[in-house]
Design a protein around this ligand. Structure first.
Ligand code: ADP
Ligand code: MG
Length: 334
């Protein structure tokens, strides 16, 4: 459900994230501008190391403050996340924006039962919730994420659950404080194929039922197609193409997007086909080239590509790509 007139859930304007702790400065995210509408699912796709997780984590300001630099603008639900105090941030995390990770064992505490963690999260964020009320909400959450025997499982520890159950438990924890924005970082990558699809379907269902806005990070284009309304393709810290799932699948414009789709086709459109079958490797983020970051791997690259950053070319509302050869790219598809 798109609600164009409302203020977007997320607005990123020219967001850059640089890690400054090492010998060289690593520019993991370079000038990313994105909007996520309320009730929309946006998949951020790209190879490993393209800056997807860094972009997502910056939305919760999870980077080491002293060893990184965030520039640009970042608004979530109309609030300036970069201007929040520590206290505002603690309230915002979980209540406005919540995150689920690839590895639930990192998000779930091993010394408390999952139920205790959910209740604690609810009571920490909301005053005046009794133990019984928190228990009832935790149970409802476990039912909502379809955990069988929910009552019994609330008393289990994370390590006592299967991978799929654990992922559901983490989703329940992420939803405990009724966030508006769900940040999902490769939530199914560590799971078996059949469990993967169940968890993806669950996410899509929860998103619809609860009207959540979802930013979904994945390197699995099949998963992106399954759950997203729109796709943004990231390469070396930049968004190189953005559009509806339909447009991206039917008329991809950027050579990198084309390569991604081709690498997917190799696996006979198999779910879980990886994006890492493109020859060559991305540029060093500590030493980004002046021109198009994809030039070294692109058959069409010329002098202009190596010298100048391509400007975004808009094809239709919400579909844009950054490539000097955009016409050639589209005719190559025919
Ligand atoms: N805390 C950090 N310190 C230094 N470099 C980092 C840090 N976190 C991520 N990076 C670098 O930023 C780049 C993008 O990483 P990431 O966003 O995790 O990629 P992915 O698209 O696979 O999620 C990588 O080169 C990674 O090494
Ligand atoms: Mg990642």
């Amino acid at each position: 459900m798109k609600t164009g007139k409302q203020e977007p859930m997320v607005v990123l304007k020219n967001l850059s994230v640089t890690f400054t702790g090492g010998k060289k400065q690593v520019k993991a995210v370079s000038g990313v501008s994105l909007e996520l509408q309320r009730g929309e699912v946006l998949a951020l796709i790209g190879e490993s190391g393209s800056g997807k997780s860094v972009t997502m984590r910056s939305l919760l300001r999870l980077h080491p403050e002293k060893r990184s630099r965030i520039e640009g603008q970042m608004q979530v639900g109309g609030r300036d996340v970069l201007a929040m105090s520590a206290r505002e941030l603690a309230d915002y995390r979980g209540k406005v924006a919540s995150m689920i990770f690839q590895e639930p064992l990192l998000a779930l505490d091993p010394v408390y039962t999952v139920g205790a963690q959910i209740k604690e999260a609810i009571r920490r964020h909301e005053g005046g919730v009794s133990e019984a009320q928190a228990q009832a909400r935790a149970l409802a959450l476990f039912e909502r994420v379809r955990i069988p025997s929910p009552e019994r499982r609330l008393d289990a520890y994370a390590h006592e659950m299967s991978g799929g159950m654990r992922q559901r438990a983490m989703i329940a924890l992420a939803l405990a404080c009724r966030p508006q924005l769900l940040l999902a970082d490769e939530p199914t990558t560590a799971l078996d194929a059949t469990v993967q699809i169940q968890v993806l379907l669950l996410l899509r269902e929860l998103q619809r039922e609860l009207g959540l806005s979802v930013l979904f990070v994945t390197h699995d284009i099949g998963a992106a197609v399954e759950v997203a309304d729109r796709i943004a393709v990231m390469y070396a810290g930049r968004i190189v193409e953005e559009g509806s799932v339909r447009e991206i699948m039917r008329a991809p414009r950027h050579p990198y997007t084309l390569a991604l789709l081709k690498s997917r086709a190799h696996g006979a459109l198999a779910k879980g086909a990886r994006l890492d079958t493109i020859a060559g490797s991305p540029p060093d983020l500590a030493n980004l080239p002046p021109g198009c970051a994809f030039a070294d791997r692109c058959a069409r690259a010329n002098e202009t590509c190596r010298r100048m950053q391509p400007e975004p070319v808009v094809f239709s509302v919400g579909h844009l790509a950054r490539c000097h050869h955009i016409e050639t790219a589209s005719t190559a598809l025919a």
